[in-house]
Design a protein around this ligand. Sequence first.
Ligand SMILES: [Zn+2]
Length: 301
Amino acid sequence: MSRYIQVVLLVGWLVTALNAETAELTYQPKQCFMCERWNKPMEPFQIACNTYYVGPAGLSSILITSDAGHILIDGGLPQSAAVIDANISKLGFDIKDVRLIVNSHTHFDHAGGIADLQKLSQATVAVSAASAEALINGGPTDDDPQFAFGRRANSFPVVHNMQIVDDGEELRVGPIRITAHLTPGHTPGGTSWSWQSCESGRCFDMVYADSLNPVSAPEFRFTDADNQRVSINTFRHSIETIRELSCDILLSPHPGYFDMQGKMKLKHEGNIDAFVDAGACRRYADSALQQLERRIAQESE
Ligand SMILES: [Zn+2]
């Protein structure tokens, strides 16, 4: 970890510790073209065993529960924190029992709610070193493909007090073990997560695969050799990481990426294994690779 990050993390921790008792929520609704549709409240539901969907309709947020505390993946928009908190309560759980919050990538639609969710829960936030730089900054770092959309468009509430995770590192909350897989490309710090959910003697390998699309601000080029943390080779490596994960159930930051609506329909029709799809991670990787190849071709035109 760089000295800069260590110092900033320490200062951040002190500020958070001093404010913990009197913390005011920083909730400031983000305005964007899709924000209202993304943040539409929806009923939380069980995906499999101890894994639940607690996000609003268009931005995933996943709760993994145990008697010794819970893990929350992603926080949606700043205004999603209230939706997620309400959904956790609706399921009969308490946000104060969330011990760990992790993030896929540091864009405002997945990291925007983390600051307030951390205040509500007092949970540890664990992210990659590159994601920590963005969270401390309250917006993407200057090598993020979407950086040039500008501060006003990109910003989100600053997060302090983070734990840095490395590639392959396993984190534990009670009996839950969750593994970080660094999958940079869409952002420099992009991270995918895997864990196992078991019930009545059946276990599923769960994967929360980060966004792997090469979406960028107009001037950005993934083929530019200067873009080291989001180079073509890094991107390809991230895609192969997802392809090779043991994967019974795929989840990802936008519900459309894993056909949540289609799977919910099957579930309502009585298919208890509606979300089980052993080929889903492979197809997700195939689709990401096609998008990346198209992008490379466009950049070399
Ligand atoms: Zn994004």
